[in-house]
Every structure is written in C-alpha cells, then in structure tokens.
Design a protein around this ligand. Structure first.
Ligand SMILES: [Zn+2]
Ligand SMILES: [Zn+2]
Length: 991
C-alpha cells in the first residue's frame, strides 16, 4: 500500500490481531499485575448504537488501552441492560397487548418468554460495533442483567440490605403511570416533561362564615376531591375585589393576588377593590369544601384541613437535563415559593396525595394525604359520584359539577410542561402507593462523605452529584411489572411474616414446591414457588420486580455473579477504578451505583467517575429518530473509519462538553492521519528501523530539538490522559504530526537523509526520525488503534498494544531549545510573508537575510539554529545587523521580537533549483525509485550548458544522476525556463 487506505488498514490489522490473538492477550486478566477495574455501564441492549454511544465506548476503551499500556491488568468486560419496561413495551406492541389485564390473559409465562427473546441476542449488534471500533471489550463475553447468576446476585443484595434494615415497605407518593400500572422513579420522570394542553380552571371556595370567595386556580380538576388546603404567598399583596355575578345584577367578593388582577381584565370582568392586605393575613382562615363527597367530609374532620396556609420556598422542579441541553443550558433546579405571581390567581389548591410540592407542603403543615385514585388511574369509592372515572374523564365531570353548583369562576385551557410516561407517553398522575423503599436517611451523610473521596472528572461533577445526594429521597425500588429481577421476599398468608431469600440454595431449602434444576429465576417461575412459614402457613412471593435501575446499580458484583461465583476475583477487583458515561448518568447510574454500593458494602463503589457531554447533531439539535437526524454508529464508521472517528471524539471538544457531531469536520481529520502515513512512507524510504536499537551521537540542534519535542509531548499527553483531557491529547498529537514532525523536521532533513548523501550527520537524522515515530505511535495507540498498530508492526514489533506506554526521557528535554525553535518558526514565517510581498518564490535562494533580534530568545535562536533558518528560509547567509539606511534598497520590516530584511535573489542558483525540481518531477512520472541512479542527458544552448556544467556535482547529487551527458538522447521531456529550453533525457544507470 503506498496510499493511505483506512479501510484496508483496519481490515489488515483486525486480521493480524486475530492471527496473533492480540485482543485475547490483552483482555486476559492477571492477578499478578496491579488491577484496573473498568466497569462498563450497561447500555440498554435493544438500543441501536449511534455516534453518542460510540463516543462513550471510545472513551472507555481509551481508558482501558492507556491503563493496559501503563502495565495494569484491566478488567474490560462489557455489559448490557436487558430488563425493564422498554422491552415489555416492545413485547406488548408485538403481541398487541394494551394493558396488564391482557398480559395476564395470555399468561405471564408467554409474556416473559417473549421478553427474553427480545433481550437476548441483541448484544451481538453492539459487540460487532465494538470490534469494528477496535475496542477491547468486543472480545469478551458480556454480562447480561437478565441471566440467572445476575438475578441471584441481586437476591443476595436484597437480603443484605434488608438485614441492615434499609429495605422497608411503605405508602409513599410518587409519579404513577396508569397505563403501565406502576410507579416511576424520579429519574424516569425528570427527562420526560412535554408541553401538553390541560384544563386551567378558576374555582370559588367560600370562606367560612363570610360572603367572600377564595379564587383558586388548578390545572388538575381531578385532584379537587382530595383538596385539603389552599395556599397563599405571605408577602404578596392580596385584594378583595367586588365583581358582578354572571346574571349582571348581584355582586360578589373575590379574594385574589393584586398582581393577578389582570386575570379579571383579560376576562373582561369589571371590579372594584374593597380592601388590600398582605397574604399572611389570610393564614389560618377556614373555608368550605366545594364537592359534596364522602372524602371531603372525612377530610373536614381533621382540624388542620380546609385552612389557608402560607407558601414556603421549596425545590419545586428540576428542569429535565435533556430538555435543558436543547435550550443550550445546563440542568437547572428551580427553587421558589409554591405560590407564584406569573400565573393563576395567587391562591393554590393543595392536595398532598397528588403532588410532589403539595406533599412537601402537607408534611410541613401536618395535613392528611388522601390519594383516592386506583392503579388504573380511576377515582375510588370515597369520591362519591365521581368514583370509577378515569382521571381525564373525571376532569370533565368535576367541571360540570362545579358549573352546576355555581363554584366555577372560569374554566379555561393552558399549555404547560407536564410529565409523561417515558415509555407509553401517558400523562403521569401523582398518587400514593404501597412500595418497597431503599431508605436513604441513615446513609446520606456517609454517602456525601464518600463522594468527597471520589475523583470526579471534570471536577464540577462533584458538586452536581452532591446536589443530587443532598436532596435524594428514599428509593422506591419495586415495580408492579413482569420483566426484571423478582424481589425475593415471601409473605405468609396467615400470619403476615416475611422471609427474604438470598440465594437459590436457600430457596431450595425453604420451598414447599419442587425446584427444577436450572430453573429460570424470572417472575413466572418464581411466583409458583411457595415457602413454609413457621406458623404452618404458606408464604407467597411479593409479586413485584425490582426497579431496572437496581439491576445496573449492582453491576460491580452482580456482573461477576458474586458471591456465588468469582468470589476472590471480586474481592480483588473491588472497588471499581473507573466509570465513564454520559452526563445524564450522574442522576442515573452513578447515583444508583453509589446508593446500592454503599448500602451493600459501606464503601464507595468507584474511585474515579468521568462524565461525557451530549452528542447533538451538526446544528446543535438533539438527535432523534423522528427528526431523522440520528448519525448511526455503523454509518459513521463506514464513512470515516474507526481511527478518524475516534480521533474526532478526542479533538473536537472536551469529553465533557456538548459536541455538535459533524461528519464533515470529522473527515477533515483524516488528512492528519494521511500525513502521518506519508511521513511513515518517507521514513521507511530514507531511514532505517534498525537504528532504533543503536546509540547515535553527533546530533544536530534540530535533531536534539525533535527528540526533546517528542519527550515533552509524552509528558503532556500522559498528564492529559490521566486527567481525561482527551481533546487536549488529540490536539497535541495532531499538532505534533503536522507542524513539528511532517511539515518541519522532515522538510529540514530531506537533504541529510537523501540516498546520495553520505555525511556523518545522516545517521543522526535517520535515528531521530525512527526514534520519534516509534514513540509517537505508542502515544497514538489508544486513540487511533489501527493505523498506529499497522505502522508499529511495520517497524518490526508484534503489536503496539502490547508495548508499554512511553516514558519521558527527562535528560533529552531541552526547553530552551524548544522555545528557540518556536522563534525560528515565527522568523521563517515572517521571511515567507516578505517573500510573498516581494514576489520571490521560496525555491529561489536568497544571498542573505538580515535579522536584528530584539529579545534574548530570538537572538539565541538565530545563533544556535542558524542552519535551520538558512535551510527552511532558503538563504545563504544570516546577518544580524541591518544594512545602513540610505545605502541600500533593502526593505526592512518590523515584527514582534525582531526586524527583518531580505537580501537579493541568487538568479543562477534559482535557475538550477528549478531545473532540479523539474527533473525530479520527470523521474517520478517515470516511476523511478528514489534510490535508483540514472544516466542523464541534457541538451540546450551553449550559454545554458555552460551554466549547468558549472553545477554538475550539485545536479548529480540532487537528481540522483550517475553521469550527465550534454547531448540529446532518450528524451523524456523539456524544461522551458526564462526563455531557455532544455531537453531532458534519462535512463536507469548501470550498476
Ligand atoms: Zn406508561
Ligand atoms: Zn405465617
């Protein structure tokens, strides 16, 4: 291969890996070496991998490759999340099932069997991508959260936390999906707010013993049966406003916030203000219920109820993190008074059984928490005439009722942000339900302390995590569903005793029913097993499964089957050394890992946690299937190849910043790899890999400079790698390849490594080239595993990936020299720009250049790197004093650090240079190898011939001619230059 062909390289490297069993050697875990437990946050197995997923995989793989090269035994195992509602949802769709009742009808056995079919086998899609990407995890058997060993490990965990008193049963309010008939955890809700149209009604509650009405606003009429209090803002001004009733004859008095009077204006209601007062004056006033139903009568009995309460500042809502990104803002948290002045009437209906904020208020004021809604979202018996109605229908029935009874002031509509079930899109309701909870209160303080010991990359994530911990509620850990880890708790029919089972062995001992060998541990089989109770009764399993977050939260040990399998391995690996996932996992996996890990082992489960930014489309829009703007993993890999894609992730933005993914920009980076490829071709042609093992002396300043540069680069890249500054690594490497190695050093030493040159300094340049290339490839290996390995193998090694991470040779680093070379770059750039202004081609040699240094570094650069300046600048001489004013036409220009003037062009030499260049082009066209000598025939007029003859030696060595004849033979082309014509002929010289 002479041209860079990424596809071919990747194919050949994969074949070489297979042949030499390289990945197998690397993923084989050895207890002899220092361990590095890299835990894979399991992606959801049925997801289709897109470039966001590949980014996470790439970063994790870079960590693994880097640590492996540093000498660690890295635990690379991948994992997949196979449980939970998304799979149930797909199965429901496939089987055309619309509710839990219908699932029960076709049978839980069949349903779970289908779920299993959906979950298993999809991991192959992912593993294929991992391999194409060159990620080592692709060569291991993954852990699947739906397998028996995983479930059994989950049972062991449940028993452990139960025995510590952390797992309790209780009634708690929470978001509930009436279609899925299950509670949802906070995390599942924060990301699923959507704008929907809802009711927005203003209702009149009569004040007890007065002919005045509280104008109260609500967007959920179905929660009015559970009204317990009305809330006002303590400091805001409220008014009593006299308004005409609908019949236009009588008047009535309404109480509302002064700032909300515009509501009356908007409705065209004329009013007269009778009185103004602060909201807190209303505190404690009693009002009368507006619905004549049993529940309201019951609530009436509580002395705290049906009273006006004062609003308190609360954490009201977390703006969904994904939505926040769309708005190009960080996730926000909204603190504030429950009562706002932007909407409504300034008086808020409070139903502590039906809302998060309401519930906090209810707790604060010690109010009852009625929640008269069943699991299907229907109002219950206590709501009298509304009983049995689904909440949406109850809205209309209640509005009708209020209209008829004269309690309605205005029934309107509003579009607002409301949480929907992330899986079935049903608007969620807030209700009380019986759940098992993992209690946080006794753990919180210690978890916050543990967080201090975690290394967060970037550091700002620590505070984000802290804010989540400080506000974290108990974890409702059960779901009323089918496909997941069954909670291993059995309850006695007769005496209510409970038993928690921590292993299959234990279940076998306690079971009344026979347990078949290799029984699948999912709900359908387990529910058939009964346990004997000490009272003689029969114990039945609690029908719930665990929240799917529980599955992934126990992955540090469940992935190994601990404690039933790999016991000593887990003890060796624990705790996890590093996790690296997308930033939404701070509230997701990172949080649940900490919760479950700490609850189980009283220790932080991970040492380092890295956060990746979002991957959006080119325009900064969230990628979504419905918008059709998703860049799928296989498409990107096909278009770019793995090396370029990986390099792009490590170049474009920092790992934790939002990336606007652009295939076009990524493609640009391929040019760098192409230049690396060409540099390699140059080195292969002009240098010698055997020199790697030799000790070369007589290095020129530029050689010393290159050696210093690569060692400085090793230092910087290593530091950036450790700090997750992968973008900085990528940029440093690209910059080095382009600006130091290829476009600078290679250019500088072209003549010194020419096959026809035999100076003492030749070997030094050849050595610097291979020395640098070898180190560079090792630095590049984690990011671009294919091209680096391809070239490394060409240097005669087995594989770059089983080589070690390069160490900085401190003694070679010469910072002063590096600074001087930077000056030289600036100097020669200035010379080039002056050449351009004066229309002097770079190929034309200058007799001299005048440089007057104005600072120390420039002065020493000119002194020490004189040859480099002459070489790159194509000048014969450097004069450090400027020509006297008036005595010359030489233009002097001022730059930062120096003054510069160009001497005259050496015409004759310029002519020769051009001839040489054109002959070289002809040689190339005739596919002559650079090392092949030629016999050259030149035919031209006498004057030109005389000029050429004067320079025969230069001509010979530059174009690789053994002999030159000044006659016409074997004509290959013609050179037309400054009015002269030279016929050029050549053929391969005899050896
Ligand atoms: Zn749902
Ligand atoms: Zn019992």
């Amino acid at each position: 291969m002479t041209v860079y062909n990424p596809k071919e390289i990747e194919k050949q490297v994969l074949e070489a890996w297979e042949k030499k069993k390289i990945p197998e050697q690397i993923v084989k875990f050895s207890k002899e070496k220092k361990k590095f437990y890299l835990l894979d946050g399991p992606p959801y197995v049925n997801a289709e991998p897109h470039v966001g997923h590949v980014k996470t995989t790439t970063f994790k793989d870079i960590w693994g490759k880097f640590k492996h090269m540093q000498g660690y035994a890295v635990w690379f195992q991948p994992g997949f999340d196979c449980g939970g509602l998304p799979i149930e949802n797909m199965v429901e769709k496939k089987l055309g099932l619309k509710s839990k009742t219908e699932i029960e009808k076709i049978g839980v056995d069949k349903f779970i069997g289908e779920c299993n079919n959906f979950a298993i086998g999809n991991e192959k899609t992912w593993l294929d991508i991992y391999r194409i990407l060159g990620a080592w995890r692709g060569w291991l058997k993954p852990y699947l959260t739906s397998e028996n060993y995983y479930i059994e490990s989950g049972w062991w965990t449940v028993k452990k936390i139960y025995e510590k008193g952390l797992l309790v049963e209780g009634e708690k309010p929470g978001f509930w999906c009436s279609h899925c008939e299950t509670v949802l955890a906070g995390y599942e809700v924060t990301d699923s707010y959507k704008n929907i149209e809802d009711h927005s009604i203003f209702v009149k509650f009569p004040l007890a013993g007065k002919k005045e009405f509280l104008l109260v606003w609500t967007t959920t009429p179905w929660t009015l049966p559970a009204n317990v209090a009305i809330c006002v803002h303590p400091e805001e001004q409220y008014v009593k406003a006299e308004v005409k009733k609908e019949n236009k004859k009588e008047t009535e008095v309404l109480i509302l916030a002064e700032k909300r009077l515009k509501l009356l204006d908007e409705l065209g209601t004329k009013y007269k203000i009778l009185e103004k007062f602060q909201g807190k004056k209303l505190e404690g006033e009693k009002y009368l219920p507006i619905l004549d139903i049993p529940l309201q009568k019951e609530i009436e009995k509580n002395e705290n109820s049906h009273t006006i309460i004062i609003s308190i500042p609360l954490l009201k809502k977390r703006v969904a993190s994904k939505i926040a990104t769309k708005k190009a803002a960080e996730a926000e948290e909204e603190f504030g008074h429950v009562v706002e002045m932007e909407t409504g009437s300034g008086l808020v209906h409070v139903a502590p059984g039906h809302g998060d904020v309401d519930n906090k208020l209810g707790k604060h004021y010690n109010l009852p928490e009625p929640s008269p809604v069943d699991e299907k979202g229907r109002l219950t018996e206590e709501t009298g005439e509304f009983a049995g109605k689904y909440v949406k229908d109850a809205n209309f029935a209640i509005i009708d009722y209020l209209n008829t009874k004269g309690h309605m002031f205005y029934p309107g509509k509003v579009v607002h942000s409301y949480p929907l079930c992330w899986r079935c899109k049903t608007p969620l309701i807030y209700r009380m339900s019986k759940q098992w909870f993992l209690k946080i209160d006794t753990l919180k303080k210690s978890m916050i302390k543990e967080n201090e010991k975690v290394r967060w990359l970037p550091e700002f994530a620590r505070e984000r995590f802290y804010n989540i911990l400080i506000d974290a509620p108990d974890w409702p850990i059960t779901r009323q569903r089918y496909w997941g880890i069954p909670i291993p708790i059995w309850v006695c029919d007769k005496c209510g005793a409970r038993k928690v089972i921590g292993s299959v062995e234990e279940l076998k001992k306690e079971a009344l029913d026979k347990i078949p060998a290799n029984m699948d541990l999912h709900k359908n089989s387990i529910d058939k097993i009964h346990i004997r109770c000490e009272c003689g009764g029969k114990m039945k399993r609690v029908r719930d499964i665990m929240d799917v977050w529980f599955d992934s939260s126990i992955s540090p040990w469940a992935s190994l089957g601990y404690p039933f399998k790999n016991k000593s391995l887990f003890e060796h690996l624990w705790p996890v050394d590093l996790i690296d996932e997308s930033q939404d996992q701070v509230r997701g996996w990172f949080y649940y890992l900490m919760f479950a890990g700490f609850a189980t082992f009283e220790h932080k489960p991970y040492n380092t946690a890295c956060l990746n930014g979002w991957t959006l489309d080119e325009k900064g829009e969230k990628m979504s299937k419905s918008l059709g703007n998703v860049v799928w993993a296989d498409a990107a890999l096909k278009e770019l190849g793995s090396d370029t894609l990986r390099l792009y992730y490590c170049y474009d933005v920092s790992p934790w910043d939002t990336q606007k993914f652009s295939l076009k920009n990524a493609k640009e980076l391929q040019k760098t790899l192409n230049i690396l490829w060409n540099t390699y071709q140059f080195i292969e042609t002009y240098s010698d890999k055997k020199l790697l093992k030799s000790n070369i002396t007589g290095l020129f300043p530029e050689d010393k400079w290159l050696l210093s540069r690569i060692n400085t680069l090793i230092k910087k890249v290593t530091e950036d790698m450790e700090n997750f500054a992968f973008h900085s690594v990528g940029r440093s490497l690209v910059d080095f390849i382009l600006n130091d190695f290829s476009r600078w050093y290679v250019k500088l030493v072209r003549d010194r490594v020419s096959p026809w040159y035999d100076g003492k300094d030749k070997k030094a340049a050849q050595y610097a080239l291979v020395y640098t290339l070898e180190k560079l490839l090792r630095l590049l290996a984690p990011i671009a595993p294919f091209i680096s390995d391809y070239l490394y193998q060409k240097l005669g090694f087995v594989s770059v990936h089983i080589s070690s991470w390069p160490k900085t040779e401190e003694k070679v680093i010469n910072t002063k020299l590096e600074e001087e070379m930077e000056k030289v770059k600036i100097l020669t750039e200035a010379m080039n720009s002056m050449r351009q202004e004066e229309n002097i081609k770079l190929r034309w040699p200058l007799a001299a250049v005048y440089i007057q240094a104005k600072d120390k570094t420039t002065a020493s650069a000119v002194k020490n790197l004189r040859n480099v300046i002459q070489n790159i600048g194509n000048v014969k001489k450097i004069t450090t004093t400027l020509p006297e004013k008036g005595k010359t036409k030489i233009k002097i220009k001022e730059f930062e650090g120096f003054k510069l003037g160009l001497g005259k062009v050496l015409k004759e030499e310029a002519f020769i240079r051009e001839v040489i260049r054109q002959i070289q082009v002809m040689r190339k066209e005739h596919r002559l190898h650079v090392k092949e000598l030629i016999t050259l025939w030149l035919h031209t007029d006498e004057k030109t011939k005389a000029l050429l003859m004067k320079r025969t030696n230069e001509l010979k060595s530059e174009v690789g001619a053994k002999t030159i004849h000044f006659t016409s033979k074997n004509i290959k082309g013609k050179i037309e230059l400054e009015g002269k014509t030279i016929e050029v002929g050549f053929e391969k010289a005899e050896k």
